[in-house]
Write a protein that binds this ligand. Structure first.
Ligand SMILES: Nc1ncnc2c1ncn2[C@@H]1O[C@H](COP(=O)(O)OP(=O)(O)OP(=O)(O)O)[C@@H](O)[C@H]1O
Ligand SMILES: [Mg+2]
Length: 332
C-alpha cells in the first residue's frame, strides 16, 4: 500500500473547497492560551487506550499537546487538521475554522465522545478535546482519508465492497447510539490500513451548524445531501443514508471523480435540488455495470429515493454489502 500524502490535501485548494461547499469562512488560527481546565494527571505514555478515560470527555491541556502547525494534514469545511504529539503518540488535531459556541460543543462532544469511547471497529476514536480559546479535537493519527487513498491505490472489487460494508457497519453503530453523522463522504472516512476504514467526523456538522442556536447554512455539503435538506439543512438518519449512497459512488469510482463534476458550484447549487427532484441521479460507475456491480448501483439508487422513509437503513445496507462480499469470495 502506498503511503498517503501527509502534505496539504486537495482540500487546501480553495477552488476545490468553494466548489464543494456553499461558503468558506475565514481561518481562526489556533491560540496557545493556557487552558483553565484542571490537569488530567493521567500517568504513563503506554497506549492511546490508556489515555482515554471511559465515560467522559478527556479534556487535554494546551501544554500537553504539541502541534506541527507548519504542516497541516488538510483542511475541510469546519476545520484544519494538523499532525501533533500527545503523550508521546502521534495524533491528528483538528482546529475549527471559525469561533464556535463552547457550551454547545461541550454538550455535543460529551455525547459523541462517550459513544465513540465505547468503541467500534469502524468508527474513528476520539482521544479528547483541548478547550482553550479555540476548541481543538484530538484523534488518533491515521493514514489519511479514503478520498486520498483510493485514487492512487488500485484496490479491486472485494476491497471496495469491504469498505462500503465497514462504513455501513460504523454508521449502523452511530445511528444506534443516536448520533447523526451529517457530513458522510469519502473524505470523512479514514484509512487505518488497507483492510480497515473508519467513519470519522461524525456529529461535527451538527455542532457547527447549530453552535449559535440556529442552523447555519454555510459549509453546506450539497453534493451529499438529499433534496429535503436544501431548504432546511437539518440532518437525519435518512439524509445520512443518501450521503452513504454518494460515498459508495465515490468508492466505486476510486474517488477519481467529484460527484456531479463541475455542473454545480457554490453559486448554482440549488439547481442540483431541482434536478434531483426531476429524477436526475449520479450515473452508474463503470465498475457497477457487471454481474456483481449492478446490484450495488441499484442499492445506491435506493439510498437516493426522493421519499426518505423508503431509503434503506444501515443494518440493511451492511447486510447487503456483507452478502456481496461472500458472493464474490465464493466466486474465486
Ligand atoms: N485522524 C487523522 N489522521 C490522518 N489524517 C487525517 C485525520 N483526520 C483528518 N485527516 C486528514 O485531514 C484532512 C482534512 O480533514 P478535515 O476533516 O478537516 O476535512 P475534510 O475531511 O476534507 O472535510 P470535512 O470538513 O467535510 O470533514 C482529511 O482529508 C484527511 O486527509
Ligand atoms: Mg473530515
Amino acid at each position: 500500500m502506498k503511503p498517503l500524502n501527509p502534505t496539504p490535501s486537495q482540500k487546501t485548494n480553495s477552488t476545490f473547497l468553494n466548489d464543494d461547499y456553499v461558503e468558506k469562512p475565514s481561518v481562526v488560527t489556533p491560540s496557545n492560551t493556557e487552558a483553565k481546565n484542571p490537569p488530567n494527571n493521567i500517568p504513563g505514555t503506554i497506549s492511546l487506550e490508556s489515555i482515554i478515560r471511559p465515560g467522559r470527555i478527556n479534556t487535554i491541556r494546551t501544554d500537553e499537546i504539541e502541534m506541527m502547525t507548519d504542516q497541516p494534514l488538510g483542511e475541510g469545511s469546519f476545520g484544519r487538521v494538523y499532525q501533533g504529539k500527545y503523550k508521546n503518540k502521534d495524533v491528528a488535531i483538528k482546529c475549527f475554522l471559525s469561533p464556535i459556541n463552547r457550551a454547545t460543543v461541550e454538550k455535543a462532544l460529551n455525547e459523541i465522545v462517550i459513544m465513540a469511547q465505547q468503541g467500534h471497529a469502524h468508527v474513528q476514536n476520539l482521544i479528547g478535546i483541548v478547550m482553550d480559546a479555540n476548541i481543538r479535537i484530538v484523534t488518533e493519527l491515521r493514514q489519511g482519508s479514503l478520498s486520498g487513498f483510493l485514487p492512487t491505490n488500485h484496490v479491486g472489487m472485494p476491497y471496495l465492497l469491504k469498505y462500503c460494508q465497514q462504513i455501513a457497519s460504523g454508521m449502523q453503530y452511530l445511528h444506534g447510539c443516536g448520533i447523526i453523522h451529517g457530513d458522510l463522504a469519502a473524505r470523512n472516512v479514514l484509512v487505518k490500513d488497507q483492510d480497515n476504514v473508519l467513519v470519522s467526523d461524525f456529529g461535527l456538522a451538527q455542532i457547527c451548524y447549530r453552535s449559535n442556536g440556529v442552523p447555519m447554512p454555510e459549509h453546506f455539503p450539497f453534493r451529499y445531501c438529499p433534496p429535503e435538506c436544501f431548504d432546511h439543512p437539518l440532518f437525519t438518519r435518512e439524509s445520512d443514508v443518501w450521503a452513504f449512497g454518494v460515498t459508495c459512488w465515490e468508492i466505486f469510482t476510486h474517488c477519481r471523480m467529484k460527484p456531479y463534476g463541475r455542473k454545480y458550484s457554490g453559486e448554482n447549487f440549488c439547481n442540483l435540488k431541482i434536478d434531483l427532484e426531476k429524477g436526475h441521479r449520479l450515473k452508474s460507475p463503470p465498475l457497477c455495470e457487471g454481474y456483481i456491480g449492478s446490484p450495488v448501483y441499484t442499492k445506491m439508487l435506493e439510498c437516493w429515493h426522493l421519499r426518505s422513509e423508503i431509503r434503506p437503513a444501515f443494518y440493511e445496507l451492511e447486510r447487503f454489502f456483507r452478502c456481496k462480499l461472500v458472493e464474490i469470495e465464493n466466486e474465486d
